[in-house]
Design a protein around this ligand. Structure first.
Ligand code: SAM
Length: 247
């Protein structure tokens, strides 16, 4: 069997943020299985004639089941195809990579993982701010705002997420942020902690909104929209210290 799967992190959306290895694997793939957030101009790097298969599962929309995606990977590899599994940002971050790796290991199919730029890292760059601060944010934490059912995870570490000395990035958290914030305030996070909502980072429709955590939660309680968004809060989101947004 010569089938092989490359898990490729596609970065936040701007094709110029793909790695050289990502482009190489796309150009050599017989089949590309991609998520919604990896679609668009990134797919233009795929070889003409390659099978392009959308397997997106954005919140709130019908999508193929995870075991179906794993099955497809195994089936393509078993007929000796070179497969690229394209996931947004870095494949290993909140991308359900473990289920797909398990399926390949069980089927004895070789694979590699090509890292990509995580959207939270791209967001800080797009805003023009450092993720860490020498004196005020020595720790960065990435957390998910929803579990497989779309709800706020019941075991979220509220003490860590309420730490005012950390930079925090919440992925997939627009819907649940009002509920999360209520719990964080009860754990001591100040209501006027600076926050940034970074939407569609690195794409033409990118939008950066500065607020406090409480103002942001109020806005999101009224309207979440359909864009991919990250909530950044803590010292990294402070204004007036020389780190102003790029736009
Ligand atoms: C399934 S997770 C995948 C995360 C991805 N593996 C990463 O490293 O960024 C999808 C979430 O990532 C965030 N995300 C991905 N791309 C984004 C972008 N271009 N702008 C803002 N947020 C993005 C959003 O929170 C979105 O709901």
């Amino acid at each position: 069997m010569t089938g092989f799967v490359s898990f490729v992190g596609s970065g936040p959306g701007d094709p110029e943020l793909l790695t050289l290895k990502a482009v190489d694997r796309l150009q050599r793939a017989d089949a590309v299985l991609f998520d919604d957030l990896s679609a668009g101009p990134i797919l233009e790097h795929a070889r003409a004639g390659a099978d392009l298969i959308g397997v997106g599962k954005r919140a709130g929309r019908a999508s193929p089941r995870q075991d179906h995606v794993s099955r497809l990977l195994v089936d393509y590899a078993k007929i000796d195809q070179r497969v690229v599994r394209l996931k947004s940002g870095d494949s290993g971050m909140f991308g359900r990579l473990e289920e797909e790796l398990t399926a390949l290991r069980e089927a004895g199919i070789p694979y590699e993982i090509i890292p990509g730029i995580p959207s939270a890292v791209a967001a800080a760059a797009a805003i023009g701010i450092p993720l860490t601060r020498r004196n005020t944010a020595r720790r960065v934490q990435f957390a998910t705002g929803h579990d497989v059912t779309g709800k706020l995870p019941g075991d979220v570490n509220l003490v860590a997420l309420a730490d005012p000395m950390a930079s925090t990035a919440i992925f997939m958290g627009k819907r649940t942020f009002p509920e999360l914030l209520e719990k964080l305030l009860a754990h001591g996070l100040p209501a006027d902690t600076p926050a940034i909502l970074a939407e569609d980072v690195s794409r033409p429709e990118q939008k950066i909104t500065r607020a406090t955590v409480s103002v942001l939660a109020e806005k999101l309680a009224q309207e979440v929209g359909s864009s991919a968004g990250l909530i950044l809060y803590g010292p990294l989101a402070e204004e007036g210290d020389g780190f102003e947004p790029n736009q």
